[in-house]
Write a protein that binds this ligand. Structure first.
Ligand code: CMC
Length: 391
């Protein structure tokens, strides 16, 4: 009607201002607080990057120690949460459980739900970052019928996560530091990606004044889909289905067929039209992890062949479809021993600081309720027809 810009998929609409993350999709650049993702992946760590996203600067050593200690203090979840898990079927998808249990945190932390209070926002952010690994590991343990493992706060963030995932009460914890470092880098590479679908969902839910735990739960739901975070699970399923390098060409032919809805999972990105800088780091980490574990995974050969085709085939070149962050992460997670159904949970865990940083940034400045408009294409006004008079 001339009043609105019609922009399906928000391809060219900026809905907010943000200082957190900058992306130049044509140049393959991703910066958090101005720092390139490659430098953060190599020289920083996940919790330091969480601090950067939340506070807009790298911490000095005292600030870092204080922040890490605050996160440590909040790793446990209320014991009632364990009974909450028991309401789920053991074969529930882990993301289904995560949507529920993260939202349920709002039932436990009434003391810090004043979103206008900066201190309340901060404590909610720290609680979420601290408790996500605990909840994620509890989810996994529940689905395999093993007892929940308490967090061990002398361990680093990522060591602790692997301890809660793979430890058991009968044996001392034994976490491989190389795998913990890889896990930390995976979390870091996922930490934020400006206004992607799940972050926009968190902002939209947050714009109504909903509490942070409910908003992050909404973000988890949005992340679950295969076009977004669910792609890492879909990539591994696809690689397993292809099975062997000799089947790659047929799979690519399907992806190029206009009449076939099949897409190559882990390829393409709404913003990156050159390469995804996270995928480059992820590929290096994959080589390190497989080297450390001495794994010669045939799926890696399938993945490498697919990547080669995408870089050379005119269909992929013309449409600027490159491997994205989800392409290599699954191979690393599989090597670490994380089951495919948990992959998107790992993404959610890593993305939590980004979600909560955007939620917090929105509430720190004057913001309005998010309320997109539409172009109505339904029938014109008409008179109601009684049931007995309808065709
Ligand atoms: N395989 C084959 N063709 C593709 C693919 C693919 N993976 N991705 C896009 N295309 C084609 C698509 O068919 C379309 O062709 P045409 O112009 O002839 O109709 C063209 O490329 C543009 O695609 P689009 O769907 O309009 O692009 P989009 O920006 O709306 O979607 C995307 C981006 C990531 C959803 C899409 O590339 C995709 O579905 N990729 C596979 C799923 C995936 O790996 N998702 C993870 C994204 S990165 C991490 C995250 O954000 O969570």
């Amino acid at each position: 009607n001339g009043y609105f810009t019609y922009d399906p998929g928000f391809v060219s609409t900026a809905a907010c201002e943000s200082k957190i993350t900058y992306i130049d999709g044509n140049a393959g650049i991703l910066l958090h607080g101005g720092y390139p993702i490659e430098q953060l992946a190599e020289q920083s760590d996940y919790l330091e990057t969480c601090y950067l996203l939340l506070y807009g600067k790298l911490p000095n050593s005292t600030e870092k120690e204080t922040f890490v200690n605050k996160v440590r203090m909040h790793t446990m979840v209320n014991d009632q949460m364990s009974t909450f898990f028991k309401g789920f079927r053991r074969d529930a998808h882990p993301m289904a459980i995560m949507c529920g249990v993260v939202g349920a945190l709002s039932a436990f932390y009434h003391d810090s739900l004043d979103i206008a209070d900066e201190k309340h926002r901060e404590i909610s952010a720290i609680r979420l970052i601290a408790k996500m690994p605990t909840l994620a590991a509890m989810t996994y343990k529940y689905t395999i019928g093993q007892p929940f493992m308490y967090p061990q706060n002398h361990l680093s963030y990522s060591e602790n996560f692997l301890h809660m995932m793979f430890g058991n009460p009968c044996e001392p914890s034994n976490v491989n530091p190389v795998l913990a470092k890889a896990m930390d880098t995976i979390f870091l590479l996922h930490a934020d990606h400006e206004q992607n679908a799940s972050t926009s969902t968190v902002r939209l839910a947050g714009s109504t004044g909903a509490n942070p735990f409910a908003c992050i739960s909404a973000g988890i739901a949005a992340l679950w889909g295969p076009s977004h975070g669910g792609a890492n699970e879909a990539v591994l399923n696809m690689l397993e289905e292809i099975g062997d390098e000799s089947n790659v060409d047929a799979c690519v032919a399907r992806a190029k067929d206009k009449n076939d809805p099949f897409r190559l999972m882990g390829f393409g990105h709404r913003v990156y039209k050159n390469f995804d800088p996270r995928a480059k780091v992820m590929k290096q980490v994959a080589d390190e992890v497989l080297g450390e574990l001495g794994i010669d995974d045939p799926l890696l050969k399938v993945a490498k062949r697919l990547e080669q085709i995408a870089l050379e085939d005119p269909y992929f070149v013309e449409k600027k479809l490159y491997p994205n962050v989800d392409f290599y992460s699954g191979i690393i997670l599989k090597a670490i021993g994380i089951p495919t159904s948990m992959f998107t949970v790992i993404f959610a865990l890593g993305r939590t600081p980004g979600w909560i940083a955007h939620w917090s940034e929105m509430h720190a400045s004057a913001s309005r309720i998010g309320r997109p408009r539409q172009l109505y294409t339904g029938p014109e006004q008409r008179d109601f027809v009684k049931l007995e008079d309808r065709d």
